[in-house]
Design a protein around this ligand. Structure first.
Ligand code: G6P
Length: 610
């Protein structure tokens, strides 16, 4: 969702801000704006729609300055209008951008209106601009005014502020939303996401909850929640510029699908290097935290939730632990019967999905202290709030529809399963070695599945005119059917449902006719014969079947049944391999329908509001 970038430099920062906003586009937004301090003025350009429109408007207005802030907005309070777009300006002097939600904005608005401030937008954000202005008017410095103002805000925020009376100064604050400071050569930056500034620097300071910062082109000072100066660690981000570029691909989703052998290989590196399923993969004190775990509770949203559903099969079958998987937004509001020695696992590509973060906090409030985050973004909110962490090494994922994050999450969850199984004496050294071997072969099997792309693209042509589709799977491939349906609906806008194949007769069979394509995940496992029976049920009703069958299952095509042979059955890790064809199918259907693959309508990459 919303994104922030800001810069204090000696060069003209407008091109840098525009470039930063373009790199934040993937998060999802509906309007954008920049404000600069140029000479003695604050100047601003805002546009609804794409950053490219903002870029053209900034050029037309001749905006140039060495200090500025930019924002991409995803509307929450107030519609998608130019006057609601950020930056917001108070009394022509101070400009501010904000990510998050100010919960007490109504009270603040009334108070500030009584003080004479005129409001130009319907946003919760504008109150913050006026509040800071109010304290400046009482004599506080820009930083001091920000520090006073944030203490009166309830909710979540990342803020960046400039003021025409302080031409070289940018101030920032963070609570509940990510914000970092970038350290350049003779110039410094703020951003909600390292991708926005990576063209200038990879040296970053992640602000902590309650921190504020003053940033000029040659100095950065961070203050803690008590306003005391503090020294925060400088990290060197491993996000590369190349990972943010399309290269030879048409879409980031396509690039990310094809990056999976590499992403899986990188994620596996630590596991294989450790020579086995060492608890330390999950953090220094993981052996102690995991030793006496009696059950597992997984919390996540979207695709990450489906990764959790696959993991349940592994955790129960291999580690022998009861495992529940909840959608984070459901868990956080239901009375939960918590058991003390439960491991709470959150899964999040971004590490900032609000519902997952809040579900984690809720688990903590129930006394569940054994927490583990599986995440793709270092230092993001969810891993920071967790005792143990496993970072997947998928690299930056830009396409809204998650692909490589999903398969690398599954690797992390499989490693967790094996660690738990080992701690509980459920697997011996030989079994451990066999699982490690399966993991080593995984990137190769995934590459084989990617090679199916031309055949899948042909199927996609048949799908493109359809309005509905059904995805069926059984056992640990049922979540892959759910994921296939989710991918298809997200980016092609075809209504799709994922079902456990055994449930066919309990409802979805009523939908089947010759207009309804039915995708079946049919690996060569113990449930294959059952799946074949389900296929007959669909066939008898005139349904068109599209079957992904393992090469060694001898599953042949017949009337109404088309088959693509995936690689030979890879055993326990099969759901990871079977995720690839359904990703490719969704991608090619979306291509055929001409949708905006990387930025599907109404969706955002990081959902930082409820
Ligand atoms: C959004 C994204 C999905 C993602 C979900 C959970 O809906 O569009 O791709 O699966 O959020 O995000 P997370 O970052 O927590 O994995």
């Amino acid at each position: 969702m919303c994104g922030i970038v800001g810069a204090a430099a000696s060069r003209d920062v407008v091109p840098f801000l525009v470039d930063g906003l373009k790199r934040l586009e993937y998060r999802g937004y509906d309007s954008a704006g920049i404000a600069v301090v140029a000479g003695e003025d604050v100047r601003r350009v805002r546009r609804t729609g794409r950053v490219s429109e903002l870029e053209a408007a900034a050029a037309a207005e001749g905006l140039h300055a060495p200090l500025g802030i930019g924002h991409t907005r995803w509307a929450t309070h107030g519609g998608v209008t130019e006057s609601n777009a950020h930056p917001h300006i108070s009394v022509g002097e101070l400009a501010l951008v904000h990510n998050g939600i100010i919960e007490n904005h109504e009270q603040q608005r009334q108070r500030l209106q009584a003080l004479g401030y005129a409001f130009e937008s319907q946003t919760d954000t504008e109150v913050v601009a006026h509040l800071i202005h109010h304290y400046r008017a009482q004599g506080a410095s820009l930083l001091g005014a920000l520090q006073r103002a944030v203490k009166e805000l309830h909710g979540a925020y990342a803020l960046a502020v400039i003021d025409r009376r302080d031409p070289g100064v940018l101030v920032a604050a963070r609570m509940g939303c990510p914000l970092l400071v970038g350290l350049g050569e003779g110039e410094n930056f703020v951003a909600s996401d390292v991708s926005a500034i990576v063209s200038a620097t990879r040296r970053v300071i992640y602000l902590e909850e309650g921190d504020t910062a003053q940033v000029t082109r040659d100095a950065v000072q961070v203050y803690d929640a008590g306003d005391a100066p503090v020294v925060r660690e400088v990290h060197v981000s491993d996000v590369s510029l190349a990972s943010l570029e399309l290269g030879p691909y048409r879409h980031f989703m396509q690039k990310e699908i094809h990056e999976q052998p590499r992403a899986l290989g990188d994620t596996l590196e630590g596991i294989v290097d450790a020579g086995g399923f060492d608890p330390a993969l999950f953090g220094k004190d993981a052996a102690e935290v995991l030793a006496d775990v009696e059950s597992v509770q997984i919390l996540a949203c979207g695709t990450s939730y489906y990764a959790g559903l696959v993991a349940r099969y592994w955790i129960e079958a291999i580690a022998g632990l009861p495992c529940a998987v909840d959608i984070a937004s459901e868990y956080r509001y239901r009375p939960v019967a918590a058991t003390a020695r439960q491991l709470v696992v959150t899964i999040s590509q971004s590490g900032e999905t609000l519902d997952t973060l809040e579900a984690l906090k809720y688990a903590g409030s129930l006394g569940l202290v054994r927490t583990l985050a599986i995440c793709n973004v270092p230092e993001s909110a969810i891993p920071r709030a967790s005792r143990l962490v496993f970072y997947t090494r998928a690299g930056a994922e830009i396409g809204v529809a998650s692909t490589k994050a999903f398969t690398t999450q599954l690797v992390a969850l499989f490693a967790l399963t094996c660690v738990l199984a080992r701690l509980r004496g459920r697997i011996d050294a030989a079994q451990e070695a066999a699982y490690l071997d399966e993991l080593r072969h995984l990137p190769g099997s995934v590459q084989h599945a990617l090679n199916l792309e031309p055949q899948i693209a042909l199927w996609a042509e048949q799908f493109a005119p359809r309005q509905h589709a059904l995805f069926l799977g059984r056992g640990m491939h049922y979540p892959i059917a759910l994921e296939g349906a989710l991918k298809l609906k997200e980016i092609s806008y075809i209504h799709a449902e994922g079902y456990p194949a055994g449930e066919l007769k309990h409802g979805p069979l009523a939908l089947v006719d010759e207009q309804m394509p039915v995708v079946v995940i049919a690996p060569n496992d113990a449930l294959l014969e059952k799946v074949k029976s389900n296929i007959q049920e669909v066939r008898a009703r005139g349904g068109q079947m599209y079957v992904f069958a393992d090469a060694d299952s001898h599953f042949g095509p017949s009337e109404q049944v088309q088959v693509i042979r995936t690689p030979r059955h890879v055993g326990t890790l099969s759901p990871i391999v079977h995720a690839i064809p359904v990703q490719l199918l969704a991608y090619h259907v979306a291509l055929a329908r001409g949708t905006d693959v990387d930025k599907p309508r109404n969706l955002a990459k990081s959902v930082t509001v409820e």
